[in-house]
Design a protein around this ligand. Structure first.
Ligand SMILES: Nc1nc2c(ncn2[C@@H]2O[C@H](COP(=O)(O)OP(=O)(O)OP(=O)(O)O)[C@@H](O)[C@H]2O)c(=O)[nH]1
Length: 595
């Protein structure tokens, strides 16, 4: 055990974690150079295409340090704020963390939030200044920022380039020297922490764990403490690029287990695995239950796919413990699920994964936050869907969630950022000078204002030089009203939103204008109206069109005609028949596209 090092890589988004992980794998010869492709751990197509890490990835390396062989278990983690839950779980399986800072960017918001998470878990931090090969690297300045942040010495900071490989060997040496070996008692009863799980089409459900005490052998009878279920360990092994079966996994190691688990409900991330005979006395402290921040309806395009969608969501939940879902029905969209996400990027990724991994084509509705709706007796009910809001006569007041946001930027953008925060009903809490012309501002803001377009606006007004992180703060009373959208006089429940009273009329007007752009013309006029209660506050009309796409192909060419019709059918994908109107997916997102 004294030759094991478990560590993760944490950083702000795009500071170079995955590229640095590639170099570590290459220099330890875990992957042959010719098999090496960039960001090798980001194995989901979606991760490669977008160049972001969505899931944490664990991999074992071997490294020879002064004549002794060490096992290094590396966990690469995502940088985006929506996936910070992945980071928190990886951290729990490690004793150390490499804190990567991009030398051209300096310390950013997620550098700080991920560092705090690592410190709370008592991890040994190795500060790494990365991308030093770039000519615009601000080496001295960024090192000063790191020294201020960590109260470390200049000599503690390693300088690396994930691109050229500079500094990688001394980084590997430092990992062995500084990160403590896992503690634990190999002879004690088995206690293994499940930190992730995945559904594998060939092997069934695979759970990833770290052994805190004891050891586990193939064929052992094991029990999952939280669920009380017992299994035989059909296969145990370690994680390299693929799963490598082993006879035994011992104390301090990271591994996987396949044990004939039937349903996703049986595996809880944060649960403890122990032996049926000689079980441990205590379960390991699990993880904080994660609460989704953003909710949206997810509906199958074809209503007969409802049950398939349920089983796909269950499988996805195995691999993504932060996803929640509950069946609901909508007058407009039929049967579907109200899903809870950590943010908009998370929501987008789930929709894409449903499509790619499970062939499920779905419509997602306007996202909203969760509200606490109080009645006149002082009782409250959490509402995750504006359509489910009680009758206004029964409501005393509504509370909405506020977040505390940290924004780090150059001082020259501070004025326009403050104006933005004010327009989003923000309350300034304080300002901290970081160094030179960089400043951190702390704001309390309603989460509903953040989920829509805050981040894009922040990026554009700061020309990309502002980073942003947030955590849930509290619920506060707000003056909110429900805004309904009607198509040809029919209220479309899936388009209802709760909005701040002073902005409601303007918001309703802009929604109608946007929907007019997004809903294609059909063979009859479509009236789009916005209403608050029974009062209509805005209206637009989409004029009828007679659409015969084949009209241009006079007579003859039947294949061409067929092609055109096929194309038109394609266009109907991700459309939903709502009453007599065909509504495209993008219309349900109209609110995100308001100018
Ligand atoms: N010049 C230079 N470019 C680098 C270096 N490290 C990473 N990059 C580039 O920086 C970009 C981001 O690198 P990634 O490794 O994907 O960053 P990441 O931190 O894993 O990103 P997320 O997982 O999305 O948070 C890519 O375009 C890399 O090619 C480096 O040391 N030097």
């Amino acid at each position: 055990m004294k030759h094991i090092r478990n560590f993760c890589i944490i950083a702000h988004i795009d500071h170079g974690k995955s590229t640095l992980a590639d170099r570590l794998l290459e220099y330890t010869q875990t992957i042959e150079k010719k098999a090496m492709q960039s960001q090798v751990l980001d194995d989901m197509d979606l991760e490669r295409e977008r160049g972001i890490t969505i899931k944490s990835h664990a991999i074992q390396m071997k490294y020879n340090y002064r004549g002794s062989e060490y096992i290094l278990n590396l966990i690469d983690t995502p940088g985006h704020v929506d996936f910070s839950y992945e980071v928190s779980r990886s951290i729990a399986a490690c004793e150390g963390a490499l804190l990567i800072v991009d030398a051209t960017q300096g310390i950013q918001a997620q550098t700080i939030s991920n560092l705090y998470m690592a410190l709370e878990n008592n991890l040994e931090i190795i500060p790494v200044l990365n991308k030093i090969d770039l000519t615009n690297a601000m080496i001295e300045e960024t090192e000063d920022q790191i020294i201020d942040l960590l109260s470390c010495k200049k000599t503690d900071i390693l300088r690396t380039s994930g691109k050229t490989g500079e500094g990688i060997i001394s980084l590997l040496d430092t990992i062995v020297e500084k990160i403590p070996a896992p503690e634990g008692d190999a002879k004690a009863p088995l206690q293994a922490l499940i930190f992730d799980s995945v559904f594998n089409a060939f092997r069934g459900i695979v759970a990833y764990f770290k052994i805190i005490n004891g050891s586990i052998k193939k064929g052992d009878q094991v029990k999952f403490v939280a669920t009380g279920k017992e299994y035989e360990a059909n296969e145990v092994g370690i994680l390299k690029l693929s799963m490598i079966p082993k006879k035994e996994i011992t104390c301090g190691e990271v591994g996987y287990i396949i044990s004939g688990i039937k349903t996703s409900k049986e595996v809880k991330v944060g649960d403890t695995i122990t032996h049926v005979k000689r079980p441990c006395n205590l379960a390991i402290d699990g993880f904080k239950e994660i609460k989704p921040m953003v909710f949206a309806g997810v509906y199958p395009i074809k209503s007969e796919n409802f049950e398939n969608l349920r089983s796909s969501l269950e499988k996805l939940q195995l691999n993504d413990a932060s996803l929640t879902f509950q069946a609901e029905s909508s007058i407009a969209l039929g049967f579907g699920f109200r899903c809870g996400f950590l943010g908009l990027l998370h929501m987008e990724i789930i929709q894409e994964r449903l499509y790619r991994e499970f062939n499920m084509d779905v419509i997602t509705t306007i996202p909203n936050v969760s509200y606490k709706v109080y009645d006149k007796q002082g009782h409250y009910k959490e509402v995750h869907n504006p359509a489910g809001l009680p009758d206004p006569i029964l409501i005393d007041y509504i509370e909405e969630p506020f977040i505390r946001a940290s924004i780090i930027t150059n001082i020259k953008y501070i004025g326009s950022i403050m104006t933005l925060c004010l327009s989003k009903r923000g309350i300034l809490i304080k300002q901290n000078y970081i160094s030179g012309d960089r400043i951190e501002i702390i704001y309390d803001l309603p989460l509903s204002e953040i989920v829509i377009d805050f981040y894009d606006k922040l990026k554009s007004i700061s020309k990309g030089y502002a980073s942003f992180d947030y955590h849930m703060q509290d619920y506060h009373p707000s003056k909110l009203v429900k805004l309904d959208i009607l198509l040809n006089g029919e209220p479309i429940d899936a388009l209802s939103t709760l909005t701040y009273i002073d902005n409601a009329v303007n918001f309703g007007r802009r929604m109608c204008e946007k929907l007019k752009e997004l809903i294609p013309r059909q063979q009859f006029d479509i009236a789009i109206q916005a209403s608050i209660g029974t009062k209509i506050i805005a209206r637009e009309t989409i004029k009828a069109v007679r659409k015969d796409v084949t009209a241009k192909c006079y007579g003859g060419d039947i294949t061409r005609k067929r092609k055109l019709l096929e194309k038109q059918k394609e266009g109907k994908k991700r459309m939903k028949q709502v009453g007599n109107v065909e509504v495209p997916q993008k219309a349900f997102f109209a609110v995100l596209k308001l100018n």
